[in-house]
Design a protein around this ligand. Structure first.
Ligand SMILES: [Zn+2]
Ligand SMILES: [Zn+2]
Length: 274
């Protein structure tokens, strides 16, 4: 099904652009990476928006309006959700055959998002959300807002590449953060690779787990900031290396992780060979 957009300011239906760049298309087709900012661990403005679709009613000539969620639709949704959750509980207790619990889970929950949580409480959250939209959608069509809440028509569209703190079109502060961090994007990626390979070898980072992806991105971002801080400047590291200290000892000395030291040394060597 094609996703349709709704512009809440002009009250119009918009096509969700299918002609975005190759870069954006390949990003969006990756089930893990599509939602992350290119420069950090936060989610993109676009994916944050996708978490809250709207129900709209079409009017003439591409105009539309948002359909309000009524109390009776909400009540109907809760009643249905209760029934489904009750079935799930029975299924977990083995009363409905071997596969019913898994089938219900697959129907309502996103396994990636749920990180393997099969609890009744987690299931209920998914079910309530899905059924609420189903009930609401009976009164119109599902659409995704093309704008961030509370922004006027001059504000930039939600970015598919960057989070709010890194979208250069969002604010002066965000543009500065973008300019600063974009210069280190290669280092950022090699730090993520390093953390992944360590985590995969030790079995502590499952690649199927979206939380692991978020963790690696957050940790690499933290390391990057440490490396970029004057304390851990390459010259300092070089001095300590010249004194015969090991990477581990240098890391201890500078209060940074060993990966940070190793990455700083690699970066330094790379510069020296240019
Ligand atoms: Zn970001
Ligand atoms: Zn280079």
């Amino acid at each position: 099904m094609k996703k349709q957009g709704f512009d809440p300011i002009y009250q119009q239906i918009t096509r969700v652009a299918e002609t975005s760049s190759q870069r954006i298309q390949s990003k969006l087709s990756n089930p893990y990476l599509w939602c992350f900012c290119e420069l950090c661990w936060r989610t993109t403005e676009y994916s944050t928006n996708l978490n809250s679709p709207l129900i709209i009613k079409r009017l003439l000539r591409g105009n539309a309006k948002i359909v309000g969620l009524t109390a009776s639709a909400r009540a109907a949704a809760i009643k249905k959700a209760d029934a489904v959750v009750k079935r799930y509980e029975q299924a977990l207790a083995g009363e409905l055959g071997r596969y019913t619990a898994s089938r219900l889970y697959a129907k309502y929950c996103d396994a990636v998002e749920m990180r393997g949580d099969r609890s009744v409480a987690g299931f209920r959250d998914c079910v309530e959300r899905v059924i609420l939209y189903q009930e609401w959608a009976k009164h119109g069509e599902l659409a995704w807002s093309t704008r961030k809440p509370g922004q006027d028509d001059k504000a930039a569209k939600p970015s598919k590449l960057y989070c709010e703190a890194h979208n250069p079109k969002r604010s002066d502060e965000a543009r500065r953060a973008y300019q600063r961090d974009r210069r280190f994007v290669t280092e950022y990626e090699s730090l993520m690779d390093a953390i992944w390979s360590q985590g995969i070898n030790s079995g502590s980072l499952p690649t199927w787990d979206i939380e692991a992806h978020a963790y690696v991105r957050r940790e690499a971002y933290r390391l990057l900031q440490e490396i970029k801080s004057p304390r851990a400047a390459a010259s300092t590291i070089e001095e300590l290396l010249a004194k015969g200290l090991s990477q581990t000892a240098i890391a201890r000395e500078l209060c940074v992780s060993r990966q940070a030291v190793s990455a700083a040394i690699k970066r330094h060597k790379h510069r020296a060979t240019i």
